[in-house]
Design a protein around this ligand. Structure first.
Ligand code: APR
Ligand code: PHB
Length: 395
C-alpha cells in the first residue's frame, strides 16, 4: 500500500483514538486512524456505559452528542446497598448540579465512526500497526499491514490510542517508565437482557454472596453484573442462576428485580494498571494504552477522554502557538487525574466486593465506611464528586 502522510498518526479506533481525531479536526489539525479490527467488531464490543459530565460536555461541544442526548439517560443520583440496606447519593445537591449519563460505549464508537466518515475522515479498519519508528526525532512513522500489503503512515506525532494490548506502550524505551498493577481476586460476570430496568438509577451492592451492580441501557434493556471467582466459567451460570443471584444480592425491602431474556453474557477480570510516563519524544499514549481501572467507578472511558483533552491542548499549542510546552507536560498533567481515578476505582471496588469471609475485619471496615456515607454529607460529597468527575478547571 502507498505511503500516507498526516500531522497526527493515530493507532486505534476506540473512544480515545476517535475522540482525538474529531477534536483535532475541530482545530484544523489533520489525522489518520489505523485500527486492526473490523468496523463491525469494534462497534459491537460491549463495555461499560457511564459518562461523566465532562465527557458529555466534550461530545456536545464537538457536535457529536445528538444521539447520546436523545438515547442516553441522565442520572441525578446513585443507590448504594450494603447487606440489604439501601441509601441514595444525590449528585445534584452535592456537586452543584453535575450528573452522569448512561450510554453504551459501543454506541459512542458507532456515532464517532459514522461522523468521522461523514466528514471525509481517513480511518482504515483491519489495518494493523506493526512498528513505530523515528519518534525520538521529528519525523516519526507507523508501519502497518493493510489488505495483505505493507504501508507507512508518516506524521509529525504518533498518538498510541491502541488499548492495553497495543504496540504504543511496548515501543516506549524500557527505562522511560515504570508500570504498576494489581489484579483483583475476582471478576465480573456481565449481562445484557431484554427487560425493563428495575431501577431508575444505578444500584451498587455489597452482599455476603458478593458484589452486584444494576445498570441499564434503555427503557427495555438492562445491564447487570455480579462478582464471580477468577477461575469461574460462564458455563456454570445458567440464566436462571444469574437472575436468582442478582435478586438476592441486590435485594432490599419492598423492591423486586424483573428478570428477562439474556442476550449477552461474559466474564471480565478486574485489574488496576498504569504507567507513570505516557510519552517519549513524539510518541504519546492515551486511554487504555496507558491505564486500566476496575470498572466499579465507571471511569475507563472518561479517563481516556480526559487524556485526549490534554493531548489536544498540547497539539493546539504546537500547531497554533508553535510551542511544545503543553505537549512536554502532557503526562504530568494527565497523571493527576489518572491517580485520582485509580484511587476512586479502588475505593469503590474494595468497598462493594466480598474480599474476605463475611464478618471478617475487612468486612467490618467496609460496613463502617458504608454506614458513614449514610450519615455524613462530607463523605457522600467526596463520593459524588469523584463519581460525576472533577471539573477540568479545578483538576
Ligand atoms: N494496530 C491498530 N489498532 C490497534 C492495534 C494495532 N497494533 N492494537 C490495538 N489496536 C486497537 C484495538 O483493536 C482497539 O480497537 O486499538 C483500539 C483501542 O481501543 P480501546 O481498547 O477501546 O481503548 P481506548 O480507546 O483507550 O478506550 C478506553 O475502553 O476498555 C475500555 O474501559 C475502557 O472505556 C475505556 C475505553
Ligand atoms: C455499565 O453500565 O456498563 C456500568 C455502569 C457503571 C459501572 C460499570 C459499568 O461502574
Amino acid at each position: 500500500m502507498k505511503n500516507i502522510r498526516t500531522q497526527v498518526g493515530i493507532i486505534g479506533a476506540g473512544p480515545a483514538g476517535l475522540t482525538l481525531a474529531h477534536w483535532l479536526k475541530q482545530h484544523g489539525i489533520a489525522s489518520v486512524i489505523l485500527e486492526n479490527r473490523s468496523r463491525e467488531y469494534v462497534s459491537s464490543r460491549v463495555r461499560a456505559g457511564l459518562l461523566e459530565q465532562n465527557t458529555v460536555d466534550i461530545y456536545k461541544n464537538l457536535g457529536l452528542a445528538e444521539r447520546l442526548l436523545k438515547e442516553g439517560q441522565e442520572h441525578h443520583g446513585v443507590y448504594l446497598n450494603f447487606d440489604g440496606k439501601r441509601i441514595r447519593i444525590p449528585f445534584g445537591e452535592l456537586t452543584e448540579g453535575r450528573n452522569i449519563t448512561i450510554y453504551g460505549q459501543q454506541e459512542i464508537v458507532k456515532d464517532l465512526t459514522d461522523a468521522w466518515y461523514a466528514l471525509g475522515g481517513e480511518l482504515y479498519f483491519e489495518a494493523e500497526a506493526t512498528k513505530i519508528e523515528g519518534f525520538e526525532g521529528i519525523s516519526p512513522s507507523i508501519h502497518f499491514m493493510y489488505q495483505g500489503e505493507e504501508g507507512r503512515l508518516e506524521c509529525d506525532f504518533v498518538a498510541a490510542c491502541d488499548g492495553f494490548h497495543g504496540i504504543g506502550r511496548k515501543t516506549l524505551p524500557k527505562d522511560s517508565f515504570h508500570e504498576f498493577s494489581t489484579t483483583y481476586p475476582f471478576s465480573w460476570l456481565g449481562i445484557l437482557a431484554n427487560v425493563a430496568p428495575s431501577t431508575d438509577e444505578l444500584i451498587y451492592a455489597y452482599h455476603e454472596n458478593g458484589f452486584a451492580l444494576h445498570s441499564l441501557r434503555s427503557d427495555k434493556v438492562s445491564r447487570l453484573y455480579i462478582q464471580v471467582d477468577n477461575d469461574d466459567h460462564i458455563d456454570n451460570w445458567s440464566d436462571e442462576r444469574i437472575w436468582e443471584e442478582l435478586s438476592i444480592r441486590l435485594g432490599t425491602e419492598g423492591w423486586t428485580l424483573n428478570a428477562g431474556p439474556i442476550f449477552e453474557k461474559s466474564i471480565t477480570p478486574m485489574r488496576s494498571f498504569f504507567t507513570d510516563n505516557m510519552q517519549f519524544g513524539r510518541l504519546f499514549l492515551a486511554g487504555d494504552a496507558a491505564h486500566i481501572v476496575p470498572p466499579t467507578g465507571g471511569k475507563g472511558l472518561n479517563l481516556a477522554v480526559a487524556d485526549v483533552k490534554h493531548l489536544v491542548d498540547g497539539f493546539v499549542g504546537y500547531y497554533h502557538n508553535n510551542s511544545m510546552k503543553m505537549l512536554d507536560s502532557y503526562s504530568e498533567i494527565a497523571l493527576k487525574r489518572i491517580w485520582r481515578a485509580q484511587d476512586f476505582s479502588n475505593f469503590m471496588t474494595t468497598l462493594f466486593h466480598k474480599q474476605d469471609v463475611h464478618g471478617s475485619f475487612t468486612y467490618h471496615l467496609q460496613k463502617a465506611k458504608f454506614d458513614y456515607i449514610g450519615i455524613s454529607k462530607a463523605y457522600a460529597t467526596t463520593i459524588a464528586e469523584n463519581y460525576v468527575g472533577l471539573p477540568f478547571d479545578k483538576f
